[in-house]
Design a protein around this ligand. Sequence first.
Ligand SMILES: Nc1ncnc2c1ncn2[C@@H]1O[C@H](COP(=O)(O)OP(=O)(O)OP(=O)(O)O)[C@@H](O)[C@H]1O
Ligand SMILES: [Mg+2]
Length: 264
Amino acid sequence: MSDTSKIEIRSLRKSFGDNEVLKNINLEVPKGGVVALIGPSGSGKSTLLRCINLLVVPDGGSVRVGDTSFSFGDGARLPDVRTLATFRATTGMVFQHFNLFPHMTTLQNVMEGPVTVRRMAKADAEKLARAQLAKVGLAEKADQYPATLSGGQKQRVAIARALAMEPDVMLFDEATSALDPELVGEVLAVIQQLASEGMTMVIVTHEIAFAREVADRLIFMRDGVVVEEGPSRQVIDHPQEAATRAFLSHFHRAGALPPANATS
Ligand SMILES: Nc1ncnc2c1ncn2[C@@H]1O[C@H](COP(=O)(O)OP(=O)(O)OP(=O)(O)O)[C@@H](O)[C@H]1O
Ligand SMILES: [Mg+2]
């Protein structure tokens, strides 16, 4: 086990009924590292991400985030509810759909976790929440309700809400896929800023050019296995496996990538 890795996944397995969705997955993310996870629909990306914060309980293998680790499989005791809750609080997750509370203002949405889960005093939680809203560029929207925000703004509130838990790592599951194209950039900019500040992140994305730019490493998954992984630019510009090439060719055709010989 490496001293510097923030996330370490070993021999992870997960099935839903007969459907073996994750087959012996290994993944290590160093502190401050950014890993992009790409692959076709149904390849197991979301399930892997959900296993990292134990929203999905693996059938076998181990998961470690920071100093906390869990083993699964024969004879392993499942973590109790309280342990799970504490653990999840250290892994911020952002989904495709923002799931903000509609009856709460932006500020109240971001304060909710610190107050109810972290038992923070309201005044402190408010200060923290305002700081996180400022960070995602929404300080002036604190008193508005989610219904009055654009999709990009809602997603930035969702990111602020996750950050207000002061997580060790951030997990993004297609955080921009539900957005209108013109709103994607503002959310990617926030993710990019987090990367530059040294946040450890795993990002499931279809934004290949963004993954190439922001992620240190890229993992291409198919049918529950890691087919190829390496430095993101290397994998995207010079994929070694036929399956990776086939997957990436869709994006080349769509013009979403710089030419393969681009150097920066
Ligand atoms: N809760 C569940 N119950 C049963 N099957 C599930 C569950 N969650 C996922 N699956 C199945 O696991 C497989 C992998 O799903 P997963 O959502 O991880 O794929 P994905 O790579 O994230 O796909 P997409 O790009 O479409 O989001 C699929 O066959 C899916 O139907
Ligand atoms: Mg998914």
